[in-house]
Design a protein around this ligand. Structure first.
Ligand code: AMP
Length: 595
């Protein structure tokens, strides 16, 4: 695809969106034809198609695959073999995905024009938002954006996260002035590889510009909350900098120091006093609107398992401003946008953009999953425009950069169509994450069961801040363990104190409610077969999940793309969680089950 054709902005971008969605079928066919003709000479396609570029041959001969199938090619590219083994265009970098379900980070091939495709999606967001909120060009945007240090592969290509690649590209660094995207964070600060220093400087710039911030956010809600809690602990450092006009000496990065010292040029005790008095209040409920009084919306991904952060963000925002989920994307490809940005995060559907890649979908009937090693039956794979409303699907991609019928691992449910392009609710990752016997609990099941107990906690003024799980087979029988970090929401409380006060009956009633909401097979194993033991909740100290995030980031995850693993299997992460346990609570009774 010609990069220039993707340089749409404003109304023009919306017109292009109409064209793409009205002609979804034709656009998809054109994309696949382009991919097949450009990449026909690659080793991969020659092996399966022997030079044929026919779409129906593609569908019958090219297998639907998972990462383990692609990995040998990725390794060869990493080690210096030519891009042409999988792509007709030079692979300029390998993008490190967050390895969402706790596995090794995966590396995805990327070619230069992928940056144009990503830019096209970013350029669509503000025209869509402006249809719903006015005056967004009259102030600043406090987006907390982070990069992650990159590595150089033996081939000389960088391996880095997709957002690092984007923020370092000319598309981002040399973007022209745009009144809708006037960021509070200077580019130098976003590009600082030390995420702690970057976060500090970005929060400081956001506070300095507090009276002109109209939109505030981060890519994923986890990074935004991480930043807010960082502010909660360190606000006096920020007001000290603003009061004295001198940057905190812990900021040592030269570029950050230069740009921030310039921003702090004259001491501003009035601003520092304002922020002091807001931050000093007993409760941080609604702090976002107190600190940034003109803010019209908060932007972050809050769909899928990120939905657990909705109550926390509603708490900090005071509930009066919309929480906006703008887009759905991955390292493999960007997928789609939310055309109804002001809807509640629970109701978000993403409209897939037919020009991003060639999309196919594996039908998942009645919760049926197709395991990693299993061959996918041909009749279960349908095209973008052939999906049916209400059904569940796993998304499969074919890209210009060399992924062919690749299973991304995301499960989606069709909620409707915009013109002829389907709209999807993000459901979760495909993989089963907990299993002791014949029970199989996936991310979505776990998330749903945890959602059922939120009310129980909230009635007692507790918020579940974070959770993960672990299948403990060291006990006989094995059992599910949930690590929970909870927080009292009525007041600002000192770290560590709140959980000592928790009544055991409260957490035990949560154990019961979770077990009751898990599926039939789980309950049979628990109650009838006795092959699974009582579910256990381990409450961990405040700050544990931040420590987990630090640990996983130190092992290669990126702060921008970080998602708390919903299951921890072993290793230092499990050790860390166990070392922070304040109390263990078991389900006191068997869940209901009848034959
Ligand atoms: P990464 O490749 O590390 O950027 O991770 C991409 C994955 O993040 C996707 O495959 C999804 O599982 C998840 N993801 C991205 N965008 C969203 C979204 N809007 N809602 C829920 N999950 C998302």
């Amino acid at each position: 695809m010609d990069g220039k054709r993707l340089e749409f902005k404003g109304e023009e971008a919306l017109r292009e969106l109409e064209r793409l969605t009205i002609n979804a079928r034709e656009v998809q066919e054109t994309i696949l034809n382009d991919i097949l003709s450009r990449n026909r000479e690659t080793e991969y396609l020659r092996k399966h198609l022997k030079g044929v570029t026919d779409i129906s041959e593609f569908k019958s001969r090219v297998p639907v695959v998972t990462y383990s199938h692609v990995l040998p090619y990725i390794e060869r590219i990493s080690n210096g073999e030519d891009s042409s083994i999988i792509s007709g265009h030079p692979i300029i970098e390998l993008l490190r995905s967050s390895g969402t379900t706790g596995g090794e980070p995966r590396l995805m091939p990327s070619i230069a024009e992928d940056l144009d495709r990503r830019t096209y999606v970013y350029n669509l967001l503000m025209p869509i938002m402006s249809k719903h909120l006015s005056g967004l060009d009259k102030g600043k945007v406090m987006h907390l954006l982070f990069i992650k240090a990159e590595t150089v592969l033996p081939s000389g290509r960088p391996a880095r996260s997709v957002l690092t690649s984007y923020y370092k590209s000319d598309h981002f660094r040399c973007r022209g002035a745009d009144p809708y995207n006037d960021l509070t964070s200077p580019t130098e600060v976003i590009l600082c590889p030390d995420s702690h220093q970057s976060m500090y400087c970005q929060l400081l710039s956001g506070l300095i510009h507090r009276h002109s911030v109209l939109r505030l956010g981060a890519v994923f809600a986890s990074a935004l909350l991480r930043s807010i809690t960082f502010l909660e602990r360190n606000w006096h450092e920020f007001t000290n900098d603003i009061r004295t006009g001198r940057l905190n000496p812990t900021i040592t990065d030269h570029a950050c120091r230069a740009v921030m010292s310039h921003m702090l040029l004259s001491p501003n005790p009035t601003l520092a006093d304002e922020i002091d008095s807001i931050c000093n209040s007993n409760s941080w409920r609604g702090i976002v609107v107190s600190l940034w009084p003109k803010v019209k919306c908060i932007e972050a991904v809050l769909t899928g398992t990120m939905a657990q952060y909705i109550p926390m963000l509603e708490f900090y925002s005071g509930g009066g401003i919309p929480l906006v989920c703008t887009m759905y994307a991955s390292s493999e490809s960007y997928f789609g946008v939310n055309l109804n940005p002001l809807c509640h995060p629970n109701d978000v559907s993403y409209t897939l953009l037919p020009n991003m890649a060639y999309f196919e979908f594996i039908e998942l009937e009645n919760g049926l999953r197709c395991g990693d090693g299993e061959e996918v039956p041909k009749e279960k794979v349908v095209g973008l425009v052939d999906v049916k409303v209400g059904r569940y699907y796993e998304i499969v991609l074919t890209t210009f950069s060399g992924l062919y019928r690749y299973r991304v691992g995301d499960v989606l449910r069709v909620t409707g169509f915009y013109n002829n392009a389907p709209q999807f609710k993000f459901i979760g990752r495909r993989n089963v994450i907990l299993s002791i016997d014949s029970d199989k609990t996936n991310e979505e099941d776990l998330h749903k069961s945890i959602t059922t107990v939120k009310d129980i906690l909230e009635k007692q003024n507790y918020l579940l801040i974070e959770y993960t799980s672990y299948a403990d087979s060291s006990s006989v029988p094995g059992h599910y363990v949930l690590f929970w970090e909870i927080k009292l929401i009525s007041e600002k409380s000192e770290p560590g104190n709140e959980q000592c006060l928790v009544h055991p009956e409260l957490i035990e009633s949560c154990c019961i409610a979770i077990e009751e909401s898990l599926d039939y097979v789980y309950r049979r194993c628990r109650t009838h077969d006795r092959s699974v033991g009582p579910l256990e909740i381990r409450l961990v100290e405040c700050g544990t999940f931040e420590a987990l995030m630090d640990l996983l980031i130190s092992q290669g995850s990126s702060i921008n793309q970080y998602k708390t693993p919903r299951c921890i299997e072993r290793g230092p992460a499990l050790g860390l969680l166990n070392s922070k346990v304040k109390g263990c609570f078991f389900s006191p009774k068997d869940p209901a089950w009848s034959a």
